[in-house]
Design a protein around this ligand. Structure first.
Ligand code: PEP
Ligand code: MN
Length: 345
């Protein structure tokens, strides 16, 4: 739909619009109103170059496209009936919880094994453990491939599927070779299109799930869904969308909590929403409330940092990891709220 700056266009301007859209297999249909005429684009109006050429005309105010740019991720796309399995669970059929350490400490693997057992005991669906870490400070611990063996041992001991972040194609290959079940794309890489493409390609035709975090600096919601579209377009539709707070932070929190975008995401895409309250608020005492708010907003799951002894952890764990007792209570409450929401919606 083309909205002109003036109440209606001159015939020569309509001709120019027609010439442009015809190159892309579309035509113009004027819709004449009492005070204003607008111009519908009839045909497939998703071509970005066509939109850019129209937006570049000085008599055009704006172009609103009705068709979604997300051929695969749109809620009305052919993929809308696609279901994602995480462990033994079909996401959406029960509240999924991915829990575990921010960062695996390769010098103290027993903390991870104890955390893994506690996470399972608390009723989580999957186990998380950071192997390679995106650290703001280059002198902070950056991760270690040895932690990958510890992560997989955590899987063998608990039977839970495991989640780890990969930041480049080398790590991606190592994680796939080791059998990591869920590849996490972190907030810093959510707009790294070559990595998204590589992940989509590498995991094509496999059951691997991708947990795509929302970038700290993502603007419109379509930017988030487009990042998912990259992964799907290159071969893997098993994508979980993970709001985790954005910048700038709300005073006192680590980020600006964004669990409230869940209903908007659900309106636009079929992809399940797994909210990460840990990075959103960044402090263990605030995490349960943020997690329950996410469930109330309609999230399909949660990704939560937990540690048997947070104070002994590395990475984010001393600040934001839940103890097993708090995690177990939160999972009980979150599942009760999820069921209540289900029964009343
Ligand atoms: C993490 O999950 O530990 C992490 C670094 O997350 P994010 O990419 O959301 O900051
Ligand atoms: Mn973390």
């Amino acid at each position: 739909m083309i909205l002109p700056k003036a109440a209606r266009l001159q015939p020569s301007q309509v001709e120019e619009l027609s010439r442009i859209v015809e190159t892309f297999g579309c035509r113009i249909q004027p819709i004449v109103g009492a005070v204003r005429t607008i111009y519908a684009i009839v045909g497939d109006e998703r071509d970005e170059l066509m939109i850019a050429r129209l937006e570049g005309l000085d008599y055009v105010d704006r172009v609103d496209t009705i068709q979604s740019p997300h051929k695969l991720m749109d809620r009305r796309s052919d993929l809308a009936s696609h279901r994602i399995r995480l462990g033994g669970v079909t996401v959406g059929e029960e509240l999924c919880v991915i829990a575990g350490q921010c960062t695996i400490d390769p010098k103290n693997p027993n903390y991870f094994y104890e955390t893994a057992a506690a996470v399972k005991e608390a009723g989580a669906t999957a186990l998380r453990g950071g192997v390679w870490k995106p650290r703001t400070n280059p002198y902070s611990y950056q991760g270690d491939s040895k932690a990958l063996d510890i992560l997989m041992e955590g899987h063998r001991r608990t039977g839970l599927p495991v989640d780890a972040e990969v930041m480049d194609e080398t790590q991606l290959q190592l994680a796939l070779d080791a059998g990591v079940h869920t590849l996490q794309v972190g907030a810093r890489n959510a707009l790294n299109y070559s990595l998204l493409r590589a992940i989509g390609k590498a995991v094509a035709h496999r059951d691997t799930v991708v947990l795509l975090k929302r970038s700290l600096h993502m603007g419109p919601i379509n930017e988030f869904i487009s990042a998912a579209e990259y992964i799907a377009a290159f071969g893997n539709p098993n994508i979980l969308l993970c709001p985790r707070g954005t910048a700038p932070a709300l005073d006192g929190y680590r980020n600006h909590p964004d669990e409230s975008i869940t209903p908007l995401l659900k309106e636009k895409t079929w992809a399940p929403v797994i909210v990460d309250p840990s990075h959103s608020v960044g402090k263990a005492t605030y995490v349960p409330a943020c997690a329950l708010a996410a469930v109330a907003y309609g999230a399909d799951g949660l990704c939560i940092e937990a540690h048997v002894e947070p104070a002994k952890g590395i990475g984010d764990d001393p600040k934001q990891a839940l103890t097993p007792e708090v995690l177990a209570k939160l999972i009980r409450q979150a599942r009760a709220l999820w069921s209540l929401r289900r029964s009343t919606s």
